[in-house]
Design a protein around this ligand. Structure first.
Ligand code: AMP
Length: 265
C-alpha cells in the first residue's frame, strides 16, 4: 500500500523585506523557507497510518520546486517518509495552483497511491486549491479540511470528519484512491531525531523533470496558467483623525473635510 503526500516548501517573510524588481513577489533574499505547516500534519497522518498497519505501507513525499526544496523533503524523510520525489523544470516557474495540480496529478498517476494527502492551504500563497484541483485532474473523490481520519491500510474506503459551522460535524465515507486535504491540528507532528536527520541526509531524492512525468512545458508556468499575479504591494495605510469640540463644531469640521475630499472650496 502507498500513501502519497504533497509537500510544499513555503516562504516566510524576514523582519524587513522588499518587493522584487518585477513587482510581483518578495525579493527571495528576504524569505525564510520551511515545510508548509499543514503539510507537516498530513505527513504525520500518513506516517501514523503506516505505523498502525499490519502490512507494509510506503509513504512517498512529493514536492514541485527547485533544488532548495530538497531541504523540506529531507525533513520529511527524517520524520518517517520512505521516499522523496521532487519535480522541477525551469518551465514550471510562474505556475498557478491549477498548473501545479496538473503536475501532482501526473505524479499520482505514475505512483498509483491508495491515498493522496495534501494540506488545506499553503502558508505563503494560501490558494487552498491545489489538493482539490489535483483530485479534479485525477477524477478521484476528495474530502476537504479533514479534521480526523480513520483509515486502515488495505481498506477500500476511509472515514473522515470535517468540522462545520456551529459545532456541527460531517462524518464522511470516501472510496479510495482519494485526495484528502488535511487541516492543521489533526494530530501532533513529531520532531525528527538527530539520528534520523543524519540518515535522511544520506538518502537519495528522486528528481524528475516534466518529460519524466509526461507533461509538456506549455501546460505549466505562465503559459499553462489561467491566473497571473499582476503585482504584490503593501497598501497605503488609511488616515484617521479625531474631531473634537461641540456637536456644532464637529459637524462644521466634518462638512469641511467632506467638501475638501470632493475637491470643493
Ligand atoms: P495551496 O493550494 O497553495 O494553498 O496549497 C495547498 C496544498 O497543496 C499544500 O499544503 C500542499 O499539500 C500542496 N501543494 C501546493 N503547492 C505545492 C508544491 N509546489 N509541491 C507540492 N505540493 C504542493
Amino acid at each position: 500500500m502507498k500513501i502519497l503526500v504533497a509537500v510544499k516548501q513555503v516562504a516566510a517573510l524576514d523582519e524587513d523585506f522588499v518587493i522584487g524588481a518585477d513587482g510581483r513577489d518578495v525579493d527571495a533574499e528576504f524569505l525564510i523557507r520551511d515545510l508548509n505547516e499543514w503539510d507537516d500534519f498530513s505527513l504525520e497522518e500518513a506516517v501514523r497510518i503506516k505505523e498502525a498497519a499490519a502490512d507494509p505501507v510506503e509513504v512517498v513525499v512529493v514536492s514541485i520546486g527547485p533544488e532548495e526544496a530538497d531541504e523540506v523533503l529531507r525533513k520529511c524523510l527524517a520524520k518517517g517518509a520512505d521516499r522523496a520525489v521532487r519535480i522541477w523544470d525551469e518551465a514550471v516557474a510562474g505556475s498557478d495552483p491549477i498548473a501545479i495540480a496538473r503536475i501532482l496529478a501526473a505524479v499520482a498517476r505514475q505512483e498509483a497511491p491508495d491515498m493522496l494527502l495534501a494540506g488545506v492551504q499553503s502558508s505563503d500563497h494560501g490558494f487552498a486549491s491545489t489538493g482539490i484541483a489535483t483530485a479534479g485532474f485525477l477524477g478521484w473523490p476528495h474530502g476537504a479540511v479533514v479534521a480526523s481520519l480513520a483509515y486502515t491500510s488495505g481498506e477500500k474506503s476511509a472515514v473522515f470528519r470535517r468540522e462545520l459551522e456551529g459545532g456541527l460535524l460531517h462524518q464522511v465515507t470516501i472510496q479510495c484512491p482519494a485526495v484528502l486535504t488535511i487541516q492543521a491540528g489533526i494530530n501532533t507532528p513529531r520532531y525528527a531525531s538527530l539520528r534520523s536527520i543524519k540518515q535522511a541526509a544520506a538518502k537519495p531524492i528522486d528528481v524528475r523533470n516534466l518529460a519524466d512525468v509526461g507533461i509538456s512545458a506549455h501546460e505549466v508556468g505562465e503559459q499553462g496558467s489561467l491566473s497571473h499575479v499582476r503585482r504584490m504591494y503593501i497598501p497605503d495605510k488609511g488616515h484617521a483623525q479625531l474631531i473634537e469640540g461641540s456637536a456644532a463644531e464637529q459637524a462644521k469640521r466634518l462638512a469641511g473635510i467632506i467638501r475638501a475630499f470632493k475637491g470643493e472650496a
